[in-house]
Design a protein around this ligand. Sequence first.
Ligand SMILES: NC(=O)C1=CN([C@@H]2O[C@H](COP(=O)(O)OP(=O)(O)OC[C@H]3O[C@@H](n4cnc5c(N)ncnc54)[C@H](OP(=O)(O)O)[C@@H]3O)[C@@H](O)[C@H]2O)C=CC1
Ligand SMILES: O=C1O[C@H](COP(=O)(O)O)[C@@H](O)[C@H](O)[C@H]1O
Length: 553
Amino acid sequence: MPCHWRGPIRGGQPQALLGFRLCNTGAAGEHKVAGDESPFTQPVVPLAYDLPLEDWSQSALSICVVGASGDLAKKKIFPALFALYYDNHLPKHFTIFGYARTKLDDAKFREMIAGNLSCRLSDAGDCGAKMEEFLSRCHYQAGQYDSLEDYGALDKRMCAAEKRFKRGDRVFYLSIPPNIFTTVAASASSAASSKSGWTRMIVEKPFGRDLESSRQLATELYKHLTEEQIYRIDHYLGKELIENLTVLRFANLVFEPLWSRQYIRNVQVIFSENFGTEGRGGYFDQYGIVRDVIQNHLLQILALFAMEQPASMGAEDIRDEKVKVLRSMQTVRLEDMVLGQYRGRRVKGMSQPGYLEDPTVPPNSLTPTFAACAVFLNNARWDGVPFLLKAGKALEGRMAEIRVQFRHVPGSLYRDKLGFSAGMSSESATNELVIRIQPNESIYLKINNKVPGLGLRVENTRLDLTYGSRYQTHLPDAYERLILDCVNGDRRLFIRNDELEVAWEKFTPVLQEIEERRVQPEQYPYGSRGPVGAHYLAAKYGVRWGDHNSDDL
Ligand SMILES: NC(=O)C1=CN([C@@H]2O[C@H](COP(=O)(O)OP(=O)(O)OC[C@H]3O[C@@H](n4cnc5c(N)ncnc54)[C@H](OP(=O)(O)O)[C@@H]3O)[C@@H](O)[C@H]2O)C=CC1
Ligand SMILES: O=C1O[C@H](COP(=O)(O)O)[C@@H](O)[C@H](O)[C@H]1O
């Protein structure tokens, strides 16, 4: 039975709009359709902004994870797919395929995935059954990444799963090392694109390692895919608190008027991990922390934080504003950057290995595992405001947050009452807005408040929105949100090519200089707060790192 579709296509063209595709039948991925009135197992709310909810009643969705045997696929992608299924966010007629070179059959593949699936806290008791149902829709195709024949075999199985429907839409998630991105894009799009619906590809970072290689990657991808088909993922954009940034700014009157150089002294975007590169040293050493975290995750956060209000919440309007603000950023300078690399240490008889002790890291590597930099935006809103970005591995805690430090109250009546004389610095008495991205997601505003009781003592305390106390709901993992957005054709949280170009433009010169001059990173002990140079950098701009305030730990 032919799979055919002649209706309009959104977000990525099928390869042959006019032709019918003859689908061979086969066992893989077939599931019952009798009595399928609703395209979902139960009605879901539209989750995509400004996009009509896709009509899935007559179509099937195939999701293929390329690199299915890998770390990311096992830890994040399959669990996210299960969570989406569990909460009824996937179309009813979906099938999942794993593709990689490792030889597995469906049973072994399901066994491999099952180990990482977990039930929601809200589990209504049917988790076991749902897991079984989910796993029964997961299939595995072993194949080489460049083999048209192997993708042809995958295509056959996808067709079998889609054969009862007018349309078959396909998502390929490229969860593979960057050296094979284009090979896979070429072979998969040529041999396994949908002929009856759309085909989209989620591409994982790194998108190159500098401006030139990023351009090359784009050129190669464009030989096989249109920009509309490419979903460049930055999983930080899928995190709840990042998704909330635009709501916080543009849906509240109280923040937006303060959001400028007039009231804000500095902005800090901080990422820290309390573990090293364990197991990923081979990949990490070629990139380093600036490329791994700062140039993408932290810069994206900065862009959302600092951009002007977009004309709408549509993907292109938001991404236009992000590009604009990134274009206004000064190119990052070496003198505004501090680099560090962790060394091993022994704590209570336990030894924590240094970066250079990781067997996958070349001896004498200069790759930074920590970096801090000050960046500036040359525009009317942010002129002169330092944005401090800091990221490090093997530090004392795991945390990501944005800190907005406000200016002093001019002519404050309460200077004495705030205890400046008793050693409290005037800085710790200024307002600070903290957006804690993870863990313990929260938004809090540090304010000065009268200590209750007789007399007049003022202290710096918090107006606190801690998600765990306010919302009794499970926060979806970033990968859930982003995979669902891709299925819905919502590109708001994915990186457009011009955003990527401008991000590389701003960082490539300094990255090249670091490599050419063989800049030595400052050593810091595993589990510490990082190199002291980061304090000097902040001090140069009259800033103190907010995450080092003991009240805030
Ligand atoms: N792991 C993570 O936490 C994160 C990963 N990423 C990105 O996601 C992508 C996947 O990451 P991850 O799962 O860790 O990667 P892996 O190194 O685990 O690779 C995924 C799969 O690709 C195949 N593969 C590995 N090396 C090669 C090679 N040299 N040539 C051909 N195939 C190879 C292997 O499958 P087989 O041998 O079976 O073919 C492997 O299982 C990468 O681009 C990474 O940068 C991004 C953020 C976080
Ligand atoms: O992209 C990456 O992110 C992870 C951190 O992600 P998180 O969601 O756990 O905070 C980081 O460990 C990795 O080095 C980097 O490639």
